[in-house]
Design a protein around this ligand. Structure first.
Ligand SMILES: *[C@@H]1O[C@H](CO)[C@@H](O)[C@H](O)[C@H]1NC(C)=O
Ligand SMILES: *[C@@H]1O[C@H](CO)[C@@H](O)[C@H](O)[C@H]1NC(C)=O
Length: 264
């Protein structure tokens, strides 16, 4: 049975999670794509593992994405399968992407960090900025390995010193992230890390915060990318679904992801 559900995710929350909605067949998209970038381009997205689809039923992907000739790094499958999907958590309809099982798998966790380290170690990056909360899990080992400092991008009112903050919008309302003044210097090269990208709102705010103080954001890196489902308000939700990707919010900045989240 093919995936018949779409993911909707909120990446800003500590337990950012995916909402799954059952769709009519015409609106289904291929399950379980895996993306791995190992070239100079910002992302290579491999075809879905289990199905072949025409471009008309694929979700929107960048034109550069179809690189069938690319060989998937063998470590990716292990990383993908170590991420546990918990349906209906924290509430019904949400497909939770649980990375704690990835952390329990010593090989998959090391492979995750190694893939990032291999990509970034020769890029003269002096700042790894981790987005609260799970960017604090993946960011520090990468920072240590590439000889960069780690800078936490925190939720409001957590940092004790003087901060600068950047607001971003949620489905309903706004939120903010903050960074200590003086943590980074103009001209430094930074990598922004989070566990997952869905709407892209938080990552985009992190980029803006760093760029406001003159930092050059080299790339954003996430373990998981989820497609975002946009539901048009005021209209029949089943007839007005639009798939977009959080990466579009990054304003053309490079995004590197290891695994595309699945919903079934
Ligand atoms: C990409 O991966 C393939 C297979 O693992 C490897 O042969 C190739 O050298 C890699 N390309 C880069 C740019 O790392
Ligand atoms: C590395 O980045 C620093 C800024 O953090 C810059 O001053 C320096 O010139 C860069 N070095 C190279 C070799 O690009």
């Amino acid at each position: 049975m093919q995936s018949s559900r779409l993911l909707l995710c909120s990446s800003h929350s500590l337990f950012g999670a995916a909402v799954t909605i059952t769709l009519p067949p015409c609106l289904r998209f291929p399950p379980h794509s895996v993306a791995i970038a190992n070239s100079t381009s910002s992302l290579i997205r491999l075809r879905p593992l289990r199905s072949t689809t025409s471009s008309s039923d694929s979700p929107q992907v960048p034109a550069m994405a179809s690189k069938d000739s690319q060989v998937q790094d063998p470590r990716i499958a292990g990383i993908s399968s170590a991420i546990r999907i918990i349906p209906d958590f924290p509430k019904p309809g949400i497909m939770f992407q649980d990375i704690t099982t990835l952390l329990l798998d010593t090989k998959a966790f090391k492979d995750t960090i190694d893939l990032f380290v291999e990509r970034y170690r020769d890029q003269n990056i002096s700042v790894v900025a981790g987005v609260e909360a799970r960017g604090f899990i993946f960011g520090p080992p990468i920072a240590l390995a590439i000889g960069a400092k780690f800078v936490p991008m925190r939720k409001p009112k957590k940092l004790p010193g003087e901060v600068i903050s950047e607001e971003y919008s949620l489905e309903y309302g706004t939120d903010k992230i903050e960074m200590h003044v003086g943590a980074v210097q103009a001209g430094e090269r930074a990598l922004v890390i989070d566990d997952l990208i869905a709407t892209g709102g938080t990552l985009n705010a992190a980029i803006k915060l760093l760029e406001r103080v003159g930092v050059n954001v080299v790339e954003c890196a996430c373990v998981i990318e989820l497609p975002e489902l946009k539901v048009q308000p005021y209209l029949d939700v089943w007839l007005n679904l639009f798939l977009t990707h959080g990466r579009e919010k990054l304003g053309g900045r490079s995004l590197f992801v290891l695994v595309e989240g699945e919903g079934a």
